[in-house]
Design a protein around this ligand. Structure first.
Ligand code: NDP
Length: 277
């Protein structure tokens, strides 16, 4: 069965749109892009498209590649203090002269849509309430939608990156999964992935996961994105794995749409917090 991220995204966004209209919510997302990264521009366009669709205002700050770090810091501080701004995204990557971690950690944690500030990550580590990183939340919501049980499941995550693998391992442990994390130095990767009830690959290595690495009847979630000759290729060899796994995400069309939906979901969560003081 296909884990259809587009369908779930559309259902989530339809509910959110209704809520925003009914409660006349005024939500504004500020997105900061420094430089001309082409992939970032596509991601921002996509975020803008779905925000507009549900009635969220997007304010873009497109800064030149030679912008000084101090200017980015001052902009973040100004947006932190602007009560009309609900959430802030500093789009990654930034030019080398700018320290992404330093700048993004200055975002007010209550406006931290991506869930990357130290406050949110620390609370995730402690298993406390936090804004979850959007891809992590999107994967969990997709599994929930298809009633795939996380508690007690044997989950293997391939990749320990700061954006997906690492925070995902914490979030899934908080949900009582038994989590194994594999990476580029892992020996006999296939022996480990074959034990997974739920296998989640987030490496960016095209077709790393083939039919010999998947347990029959398992769930396979493909997060990785590589571009080959202009086409998106996932970590999972979908054609070979689809008949072995019981559930599988397409890529594109699986985790990507859920990530965008969760940006909007996080903004709603922040608005609720703001209202509740
Ligand atoms: P990182 O580059 O930070 O991490 C990649 C991870 O993959 C590392 O832990 C690395 O291991 C591991 N890895 C690399 N090669 C292998 C290998 N041959 N076998 C096993 N592990 C390997 O990536 P991110 O966490 O930022 O993102 C992961 C992927 O997810 C990317 O392709 C990214 O584009 C995609 N992505 C997709 C999103 C979506 O919405 N669909 C959203 C965000 C990201 P090591 O630590 O040892 O170097």
């Amino acid at each position: 069965m296909i884990l259809d991220g587009k369908k779930v995204r559309d259902e989530i966004l339809a509910k959110i749109k209704k809520k925003i209209t009914k409660e006349n919510l005024k939500i504004k997302l500020a997105i900061i892009l420094v430089g001309d990264d082409e992939a970032s521009k596509i991601y921002i366009k996509n975020k803008e498209k779905y925000c507009k669709l549900v009635g969220i205002t997007v304010e873009k700050y497109l800064l030149a590649a030679d912008t000084q770090e101090l200017e980015v810091i001052n902009l973040i501080k100004r947006l932190n203090n602007d009560t009309s701004v609900t959430g802030i995204i500093l789009q990654s990557p930034v030019p080398k002269a700018i320290n992404f971690d330093k700048c993004s950690s200055l975002i007010d944690y209550k406006k931290d849509v991506d869930g990357f500030t130290q406050h949110n990550i620390y609370n995730l580590y402690l298993g406390k309430k936090c804004i979850l990183p959007c891809t992590v939340k999107g994967i969990i919501r997709l599994l929930d939608y298809y009633k795939i049980v996380i508690s007690g499941a044997n989950i293997v995550i391939v990749g320990r990156g700061n954006i997906v693998g690492h925070p995902l391992s914490l979030a899934l442990q908080n949900l009582d999964a038994t989590v194994t994390v594999a990476h580029s130095k892992t020996k006999n990767l296939g022996d480990i992935t074959k034990n997974a009830d739920i296998l989640i690959s987030a490496t960016g290595v095209p077709h790393l996961i083939d039919e010999n690495m998947v347990k029959p009847g398992s769930v396979v979630v493909d997060v990785g994105i590589s571009r080959i000759n202009g086409n998106i290729v996932g970590d999972v060899d979908f054609a070979k794995v689809k008949d072995i796994a019981e559930y599988i995400t397409p890529n594109p069309g699986g985790v990507g749409p859920m990530t965008v939906a969760m940006i909007i979901d996080n903004l709603i969560e922040m608005k609720e917090e703001e209202k509740n003081g």
